[in-house]
Design a protein. Structure first.
Lengths: 117, 112
């Protein structure tokens, strides 16, 4: 098992452009999360998938953001009409049920660092 | 929403020293995790510890769920322990759907 992977690792874009990030979770993990981390802060939750269903979205996820997880495998996060305030590290995590636990340990990918100029 | 406070915010120690990092949370939780974020931004899992005590080498952690705090102990610090340590919780009742709420972290610097 190679862990959670994310692509690209770095992205520089101009304000107003659209960007898309990809996350490949640990195989057979049915839960997938997206987070955003700005400098000096802890990661903040954006959205959550169980299999292919998007079950929760944070208020941080404006209508310029959209996430998908077709077929319950990899996920994409798209940001339309990027703004300088979107500059951050975008982290993906996945988890899998464990017997006897209500919530499950999350494992994070290396992140995609977005810079909007 | 749930509040997570970590202390101290910054800690500078000499190699070989021991340290204790604290995480206070404002409500009951189903999940508590400790992470180490390396200089490249990767979050490395240290402990999944909603309650009780665990040890892994030079690191150990204790969560007292009834008093809403967790402690991370690092013994015989090494320079490679430097980085930011995060505590993150999943509040009770969320079932994981709200994701983890992170504290602001403790920035640890171990000097040779």
């Amino acid at each position: 098992d190679t862990g959670v992977s994310q692509d690209p690792r770095h992205k520089i874009t101009k304000r107003g452009q659209n960007v898309t990030f990809r996350c490949d979770p640990i195989s057979e993990h049915n839960r997938l999360y997206w987070y955003r981390q700005t400098l000096g802060q802890g990661p903040e939750f954006l959205t959550y998938f169980q299999n292919e269903a998007q079950l929760e979205k944070s208020r941080l996820l404006s209508d310029r953001f959209s996430a998908e997880r077709p077929k319950g495998s990899f996920s994409t996060l798209e940001i339309q009409r990027t703004e300088q305030g979107d500059s951050a590290m975008y982290l993906c995590a996945s988890s899998s049920p464990k017997a006897g636990h209500i919530t499950y340990e999350q494992y994070f990918g290396p992140g995609t660092r977005l810079t909007v100029t | 929403g749930i509040q997570v406070e970590q202390s101290p915010p910054d800690l500078i120690l000499q190699e070989g020293a021991n340290s204790t990092l604290r995480c206070n949370f404002s409500d009951s939780v189903n999940n508590l995790q400790w992470f180490h974020q390396n200089p490249w931004g990767q979050l490395i899992n240290l402990f999944y510890i909603p309650s009780g005590t665990k040890q892994n080498g030079r690191l150990s952690a204790t969560t007292v769920a009834t008093e809403r705090y967790s402690l991370l102990y690092i013994s015989s610090s090494q320079t490679t322990d430097s980085g930011v340590y995060f505590c993150a919780v999943d509040p009770e009742g969320g079932g994981g759907a709200d994701g983890l709420t992170f504290g602001k972290g403790t920035h640890l610097i171990i000097q040779p």
